[in-house]
Design a protein around this ligand. Structure first.
Ligand SMILES: Cc1ncc(COP(=O)(O)O)c(C=O)c1O
Length: 247
C-alpha cells in the first residue's frame, strides 16, 4: 500500500480541476473565430443537436450558463410571485437564486444522509398547495431518486426542474439524466465534466408545462412570450422582442 506523507502536502499539490483542452478544441475555437458566427452559429446548433442525442432528450438549447438554464426553465414554466419552489440546501447558490429571480419563494428540504440529495420524504412533508415546482439537484453527479419525486409531483400537479450542473453523463435506473421529461439544466463551467469556459445547456420535453420545446428559435420565442406576459423581476434583454439574456 502506498503511504502518503501528508506533512509534505500543501494546497498547491491538489489541482483545482484543470481543464483538459487539446489541440483539437483549440483548432475548433480558432476556426470559429475566423467566421462571422462567434456566438449562436452553426456550431452551437450542432452542439445542441449532439447533446440532445447524447442525453436522450427531445431538444436542447445552449445557454450562457447553467444558472441561466435554471432561470429560463422556471420562467418558461410560469413560476413567479406567490409561488413556492422546493429545493435543497446542498447545492451551489444558483439553484436557490433563480427561484428568487423569478419572484417566487424558495423552501429548503432536508437531504438524504448518504447521497446528500433532496429527500423525497421531506418533499412530501413540505408540499403545500402554493408549491408550484421542485428544483432537484443531482449533487456531485449522484442522481436524485426521481421516481418517488415524479410520483409526488404528478399527484400535486407540480413541475420538476433538474439541476444537472454536476450530472453529465449520470444515469438514473439506466436512463440518462436529461431524458426524464423535465426541463434539465447542465453546466459547462471550467470545473465541470465538459467545459465551454462558461456555458450551459437546457434540455426539455414537449410535456413540460405545455411548453413546445422544439429547438432554439422556437424556444426563444416561447421564452419571450412567457416573459412578456409576466411582470416579475426579470431583466428584459435579448432575442426577438426582449427576454432573458441567457442564450
Ligand atoms: C449544483 C449547481 N447548480 C448550478 C450551478 C451554476 O452553474 P453555472 O456556473 O454554469 O451557472 C453550479 C455551479 O457550480 C452548481 O454546482
Amino acid at each position: 500500500m502506498t503511504t502518503i506523507d501528508t506533512a509534505r502536502l500543501s494546497v498547491r499539490d491538489v489541482p483545482f480541476s484543470p481543464p483538459n483542452i487539446s489541440e483539437e478544441e483549440i483548432a475548433e475555437v480558432v476556426d470559429t473565430l475566423r467566421t462571422d458566427w462567434i456566438t449562436t452559429g452553426p456550431k452551437t446548433k450542432k452542439f445542441e443537436e449532439e447533446f440532445a442525442r447524447r442525453v436522450d432528450a427531445p431538444a436542447a438549447i445552449a445557454m450562457n450558463s447553467c444558472t441561466a438554464g435554471l432561470h429560463v426553465a422556471l420562467a418558461t414554466l410560469g413560476i413567479g410571485r406567490g409561488d413556492k419552489v422546493l429545493t435543497t440546501p446542498m447545492t451551489f447558490a444558483a439553484s436557490v437564486n433563480v427561484i428568487e429571480h423569478v419572484g417566487a419563494t424558495p423552501v429548503l428540504c432536508d437531504v438524504e444522509p448518504d447521497t446528500l440529495n433532496i429527500s423525497p420524504k421531506e418533499i412530501e412533508r413540505k408540499l403545500t398547495p402554493d408549491v408550484e415546482a421542485i428544483v432537484v439537484v443531482h449533487y456531485a453527479g449522484h442522481p436524485v431518486d426521481l421516481d418517488p419525486i415524479q410520483r409526488l409531483a404528478a399527484a400535486h400537479d407540480v413541475r420538476i426542474v433538474e439541476d444537472a450542473a454536476h450530472a453529465l453523463p449520470a444515469t438514473y435506473k439506466g436512463k440518462t439524466i436529461g431524458s426524464h421529461g423535465n426541463l434539465t439544466a447542465f453546466s459547462f463551467y471550467a470545473t465541470k465534466n465538459i467545459t465551454t469556459c462558461e456555458g450551459g445547456m437546457l434540455t426539455g420535453d414537449a410535456r413540460c408545462g405545455g411548453v413546445a420545446f422544439t429547438g432554439s428559435t422556437e424556444v426563444a420565442r416561447i421564452i419571450n412570450r412567457t416573459l412578456a406576459a409576466k411582470d416579475g423581476p426579470i431583466v428584459p434583454l435579448i432575442a426577438e422582442t426582449g427576454g432573458l439574456n441567457a442564450l
